[in-house]
Ligand binder design. Sequence first.
Ligand code: FAD
Length: 520
Amino acid sequence: MPQELLLQVSPEIAADGALLQQYLSKQIKVGVNDIQHVTILKRSIDARQKAIKINLKVVIYLQGELIQEPTISLPDYPNVTNKQEVIVVGAGPAGLFAALQLIELGLRPILVERGKDVRGRRRDLKAINRDHIVNEDSNYCFGEGGAGTYSDGKLYTRSKKRGDVTRILELLVAFGATPDILVDAHPHIGTNKLPQIIQDIREKIIECGGQVLFETRVTDIVIKNNEVQGVVTQKGDTISANKLILATGHSARDIFELLDRKKVFIEAKPFALGVRAEHPQSLIDSIQYSCDYRGDHLPPAPYSIVKQVGGRGMYSFCMCPGGVIAPCATSPGEVVTNGWSPSKRDQATANSGIVIELKLEDFKPFEKFGPLAGMEFQKNIEQKAWHLAGETQRVPAQRMVDFAQNKVSSSIPATSYVPGTTSVEMGQVFPGFLSQILREGFTEFGKSMKGYLTNEAILHAPESRTSSPVRIPRDGISLEHLQIKGLYPCGEGAGYAGGIISAAIDGEKCALKIAESLNL
Ligand code: FAD
């Protein structure tokens, strides 16, 4: 019988198959050559002690035992060319996984995406980084693969349903992601690997008879007697169908405005906002691994920190080890930061959003905007930051200790944020209460993570697109909009997901509910 074992080994042993085999042979008291094969089922890092250990769950196959590696393959997707059509707006993780699930259920998705395909999108990312030009339909948030394409591709989620998470991870592996994501406690894919996976998903959708329309922005939703009839695009075309999955993400302000204008019920939703902090990766490694140099076998260290400050949660968000800060504005006249990493996370810097929970009452100065008050609060900060940094894609920046001590930084070194920075006292970017909490919070962070509060760390502002500022409410069982039949608000933009995995899970859930409503 193959033997399953939980063990803790040094990073050197975990990284080298031959060393691991030798180690295991001693543990189970057999000769090295008696071990035919070792499969790693789970892997995580235990950095609580000075000597860092890797936790492994392995299966050991001795000579003569049958090796049973799980085979990961794509579902048997049928051809859906002449099947009932469902419109899916938005080709982010929610829209793409909704489309795949619809096909699996025998329905034909028409996937409508305002942005370009992954390759076309690259040119627009270059333009925002180098020339400060923001294309309102093609940027770090909009285009094939959605906001997740040019990201760190972290695949962990707080979702409690492990089965759903595993299904999405297995589909990603079947579409070309490394099988390591099924093993690692904190899996990630990396910005260099994600585009090919997304392109392969799109090709599968088309091969099965689904339709994918790029550079097609939805400008109206046709609704009669509170029932969806289709969508109108910026080209003036109408696409008809009475089932619509709306998966347009947290940055589709025009969709929120459209729904508000059409008196489709939406509501303001609290989100979180703050700055993006960048440290040298070696400094984060030394804090997290308690060492001067992390060596060749440990990955660049991540961190996760949360504190209660002034009655609110202040926490790290979307931390990117060995990553780069990206310009994530979706309109001219604003600046927004977020971060990405390549699969090896081999850049010299570590960045993370450091954000504070907002409350609905914070949006009071914008109450005349009704359900869009939070969105206007967010927009106001992004526009103020744009103005303060010189009205390009440069962002306001300040050294961390200077910020905590309310001092303008006399110099800002080059950071990974390609469009550049302008030294600004951050207190000018945010409402007073937010600046105050951030200042206190960084001091608190410095107490928990010795070395974190340093002038080597540079703050960039703002980190403002953490989750949707609007909820598009839906029925908890049918997942249909509370008022409009056939409308399925989906993913992060509707307020039902946060991150790649949970958005993909929500896409699948909406597709399943549509099939259920059609008795399929
Ligand atoms: P989105 O991905 O936002 O997709 C919405 C899509 O709808 C977009 O493609 C958009 O172009 C399209 N759209 C919008 N309006 C219209 C319209 N009117 N007509 C047609 N199409 C429209 N999450 C993680 O889990 N791990 C990470 O490491 C991570 N890193 C990130 C890094 C960056 C730089 C960014 C920006 C985000 C990151 N995120 C990460 C967040 C993650 O990308 C999102 O949570 C996720 O993509 C949400 O999925 P979604 O499908 O709901 O929406």
